[in-house]
Design a protein around this ligand. Structure first.
Ligand code: ZN
Length: 357
């Protein structure tokens, strides 16, 4: 009995020391080291390898009080601008003097794609950064970027948000992905992140790999390492309009409040948000059967019946190739809204609305 009490005392003292220690130590990400109360910006270097290297602009903001580490990753796809602009604004707005814990901003994960203005794929290795996690130190540049983010950012974080929007070719209505990992505590914490962020449609994803060495996606890299994570979608078509930027900004402030990293209570509370949320419990990404030109008929946010026309595909001369129809009744979350499509690429996504919550 006494031994247990003693052990408890030691454990408590240990927790106290680690909590105090957390705020008294610099917090390092790669070559950047932020003291308590400090905001620091710089680059994670991705060295040259089998192809040309790159670098990743990041900011580390360490608060003056202990708290969790929240990683916010934008620009995984380089033509998805609204979340990138949101992080530019948040960098100056998050006050380290008021912050409990640490925020890591990955401003533009995929700089080759951003500067090269490419959708989906890197202009260097033609790979999709959000399909190569956890990456490889000796792989091609997208794999080396993923490796740097896995080891320097995700491994250092307690919570991870991968901020996307419709890519340069995609019209989109805002939503978040709640990816279930099969670990109840992680999944509940991720669900709360999705609700707190505040987008009114949440897509439940259950088909992600469980192997941390083959995590494939950014959010799943965190989840397979036991860290709650979500992916958000706010914006479309290369736009930087204030309403898209504000959605991502507001979502981050909501998360900071939910995680008790800034003062104040999240309003409305999570349960009220859960009631108001449209839960999507099944979804399908429709892929182009051929290379050609796509004419969307549906718009993002449309409620569609099974078999409803989403768009028409023609060949490169304008001859009809296929009508693309909804596989089941649901909501159109995004749809390709510019002409070119290659065989196998997405044309849009339909989500089925869950009946009750
Ligand atoms: Zn994306």
């Amino acid at each position: 009995m006494r031994k247990r009490l003693l052990l408890r005392g030691v454990l408590f003292a240990g927790l106290l020391v680690s909590a105090l220690g957390a705020s008294a130590q610099p917090f390092a990400v790669g070559p950047l080291s932020a003291q308590p109360g400090q905001r620091i910006s710089g680059f994670l270097e991705v060295p040259d390898g089998v192809d040309k290297g790159t670098r990743i602009p990041i900011t580390v903001i360490q608060g003056t009080k202990p708290g969790p580490v929240l990683a916010l990753i934008a620009g995984t796809h380089g033509y998805e601008y609204a979340p990138v602009i949101a992080l530019q604004k948040l960098r100056g707005q998050i006050d380290p003097g008021q912050l409990a814990g640490t925020v890591i901003l990955v401003h533009i994960a995929n700089l080759p794609s951003f500067l090269g203005r490419t959708i989906y794929y890197s202009p260097i290795d033609a790979k999709n950064l959000n399909r190569v996690y956890p990456g490889k130190p000796d792989g091609t540049v997208s794999e080396r970027i993923a490796y740097a983010i896995t080891t320097e950012v995700i491994d250092r974080a307690d919570f991870v948000v991968d901020l996307h929007c419709g890519d340069g070719n995609e019209a989109l209505r805002p939503y978040a992905y709640w990816t279930q990992s099969g670990h109840p505590q992680v999944d509940e914490a991720s669900r709360q992140l999705a609700l707190a962020f505040g987008l009114d449609h949440i897509v439940i994803s259950t088909d992600r790999p469980a192997d941390p060495q083959a995590s494939v996606y950014t959010d799943n890299t965190a989840l397979t390492r036991g860290k709650p994570a979500i992916t958000t979608e706010t914006g479309q078509l290369g736009e930087t309009s204030p309403q898209w930027v504000a959605l991502a900004e507001r979502g981050v402030w909501n998360l900071l409040q939910h995680l008790k990293m800034i003062p104040g209570e999240l309003q409305p509370p999570l349960q009220a948000r859960a009631w108001a949320t449209v839960w999507i419990d099944k979804y399908e990404v429709l892929r182009s059967p051929e290379t050609g030109i796509f004419y969307a008929e549906a718009k993002p946010g449309y409620a569609v019946a099974q078999g409803a026309l989403l768009g028409r595909l023609t060949d490169l001369f304008g001859n009809p190739l296929a009508d693309i129809r909804a596989p089941f009744a649901g909501v159109v979350t995004y749809v390709v809204a510019t002409p070119p499509v290659s065989k196998g690429e997405p044309l849009g996504m339909v989500g089925r609305i869950r009946k009750e919550e």
